[in-house]
Structure formats: structure tokens, C-alpha cells
Write a protein that binds this ligand. Sequence first.
Ligand code: ADP
Length: 264
Amino acid sequence: MIIAGIDLGSTAIKLALVADGQLLWHKAAPTAPGQEKIADNLLTEGLAAVGRSGETVVRAVTGYGKHLLVGADRVIDELTANRLGVCKASDGRARSLINIGGQDVKVIRLSAKGQMTGFKMNDKCAAGCGRFFEVAARILDTEVGSFATLAANAAEAARINSTCAVFAESEIVSLMAQGVVKENIIAGLHQSVARRIAGLCAGGALEDDIYLDGGAAQNPGLVHALEDELCRDLHVLPLPQFTVAYGAAISAAMADSAAAKNSS
Ligand code: ADP
């Protein structure tokens, strides 16, 4: 059986094709109107890529837009999908996870058996997540994919004080006007976002081993800043943007196997 884990996120739509618990194929596309069509196109492309076009597929949908996919076989809540995806991808080692997505940050603490024992989420302000970096990249005329390299070349991190994305934007413009180079501004942005995320992790929200996922976890500059802020080593899974889609597929597989056991 082939399962398509579909994560309809606020910023990106992710699809993971899974069979026998193994990830066969994955791809992301920007979230835009017509999410169902975008997901269908990804599915068609993926099935062709793995040579399984025409096979019956179980569609397990999760994420912010999960109720938009008409006719989904299973609708999985994001926390369950995230927890299962990270547990499976980390071979059960994860005891905490920090998901840094486009528009929110989630901190989840896990028991040794992978059950959720704690959960925190940011206050819906974009200042701590991927969208904030995208806005900053536009102002600085660069790409988020270049942030880590640019920050590594910073002589010193600029101090970014604003905790609100809108005010941070004007702070960036003002730093540029003062002649502060983009390398230093980006290093400062990493520190500022890391401080916000670390604030969310305070008060025992984390337990070792800590895994990072979500699209913004692909920025090593942010990961290093967060390690410095938390004084902890962090693990980034190989495909951090796809753990939630993968976990949705794992959840559907578990539900199908439980249903099969009950009927036998
Ligand atoms: P959501 O589920 O909320 O849509 P994702 O987990 O898909 O969020 O993450 C989307 C975010 O990841 C975007 O804000 C995007 O800028 C960021 N992102 C994607 N690729 C990279 C990358 N290579 N480096 C840094 N950030 C990235």
C-alpha cells in the first residue's frame, strides 16, 4: 500500500510518498489558492517518479489547511503528525522537538514512548518564524537560502531589539541606512529569532534529545544561534520540512493496521 502524507501548511504544501514505513519521494510547493489542485499535481508527479502511477493511494492530510482537501482518506492533526514523523525519523531518540514553520513555532516535549507530555506555541506573531526571514530577505535583497553563509561572514551581529515583525522591518531599514552591512544584520536577525524561540522553550519545555524540524530549520545560521541561546546541542533531521507530511502517512498506516487487526 502506498500512502501520501500531505501537509497543507500556511506557507508550503508538502507531500511525502510512503510505503512500508519508508519515505519514497517528497516535494514541496508554495501555498497558493487552489491547494487541492497543487496537492493533486504533486501526487501525480510523485507516483510517476516512483513508477507507481495508477496504484490506489491512501491520502492522509494534515496541516493548517487539512480540511480543504475534499475526499481525503484520513485527516490527521498536526501535533500527532509532527510527533510521529520526528519519532520515526529519529529512530525514537527525540524527547523534544521544535518545529519552526512559516508562521508559527511549536515546542513539543515527548515521553520515552513518544507520547506528547508538553506543548507550547508562539503568539501568532511572525517575528519568530520563517515568514519573518522571507520579509527580511526581501528588504536586504537576498534569499533566505543564503542567510547562513552571510551570517557566518558577519564581523559582529547587529542588535535587533524589536520583538514584532513589523517594527523589526523598520529596524532593518534603519540599520541599512546607518551603513550596517547585511551580514551583520542577518546575524542579528538569527540572534533575535533564537532569543524569541528560546523564550518559548523556557520553564522546562525541553528535554534532551532536542530535534528541530520545519522549513526554517534548514537554515544552519538559525540553528547555531539557537544552540548558543539554549546552551544545548540540537539535532536537525535530514528532511526537516517533510517530517509532518511523513508523520501523517505513518499515522494513517498505524490506523489501517489497527483496523485490519480488529476485523480479523
Ligand atoms: P508551514 O508548514 O507553516 O507552511 P514549513 O515548515 O513548510 O511551514 O516552512 C516554511 C518556511 O521554511 C518558509 O518560511 C521558508 O522561508 C522556510 N524555508 C524553506 N526552505 C528554507 C531554507 N533552505 N532555508 C531557510 N528557510 C527555509
